[in-house]
Design a protein around this ligand. Structure first.
Ligand code: SAM
Length: 144
C-alpha cells in the first residue's frame, strides 16, 4: 500500500496536492500542527516534515508495524518534527487539536466513516483544514 500510495499521493504532494488549499503552503512554511490519520508507513508525513521543518507532523495508525517503519524512516531522514503513534482514529480523545488533518486513502477502510469524520472535525482548531484523498466509493444500502 505504501509503495502504491507513494506513486499516487506522495510524489505529487508538495507540488500539486497541498497547493490545492489556498494559503496552506504559507501556513506550513510558517509552522502549524498537522495530523495524518491512517498514516501507514508514514511516507506522506515524512515527506511533508522534510519540506516544512517549522511545522509539526503527527501520524496515527492502527498498525504497530507500520508505525515502527515510519519512526525508523523519520530518524533516517532527520525529521525531529514528527510524532508517530499507534492510535485508533475511532477513539480520539480530542485532547490534541490540529490546524491541518489529512487522510490519504484511509476513510474508505472505516466501518464507521461518519464517526471518524466527526472525530476529525472535533480534533480541528478553529479555522482548521481537513484534506482528504480517497477512492470514489459509496456505501451499499445494506444495514450493518
Ligand atoms: C489504505 S492504507 C493507507 C495508508 C497511507 N495513508 C498511505 O496512503 O499509504 C489505510 C491505513 O489506515 C489504517 N487504519 C485503518 N483503520 C484505522 C483506524 N481506525 N485507526 C487508525 N488507522 C487506521 C490502516 O492500518 C492502514 O495503514
Amino acid at each position: 500500500m505504501a509503495e502504491e500510495s507513494y506513486q499516487t499521493v506522495v510524489v505529487g504532494l508538495t507540488e500539486h496536492i497541498l497547493p490545492l488549499v489556498p494559503d496552506l503552503i504559507r501556513k506550513l512554511k510558517k509552522g502549524i500542527k498537522v495530523l495524518d490519520i491512517g498514516c501507514g508507513m508514514g511516507k506522506a508525513v515524512n515527506t511533508m516534515a522534510k519540506s516544512f521543518p517549522n511545522s509539526t507532523f503527527y501520524g496515527y495508525d492502527l498498525s504497530s508495524q507500520a508505525i515502527e517503519v515510519a519512526k525508523k524512516e523519520a530518524t533516517a531522514m532527520g525529521n525531529p518534527n514528527t510524532v508517530f503513534q499507534v492510535q485508533d482514529i475511532l477513539n480520539l480523545t480530542f485532547n490534541d487539536k490540529f490546524d491541518l488533518i489529512t487522510a490519504f486513502d484511509a476513510i474508505h477502510d472505516q466501518p464507521k466513516p461518519g464517526e471518524v469524520l466527526r472525530n476529525i472535525y472535533k480534533s480541528l482548531n478553529n479555522g482548521g483544514i481537513f484534506l482528504m484523498q480517497d477512492i470514489h466509493a459509496s456505501t451499499p444500502k445494506r444495514q450493518y
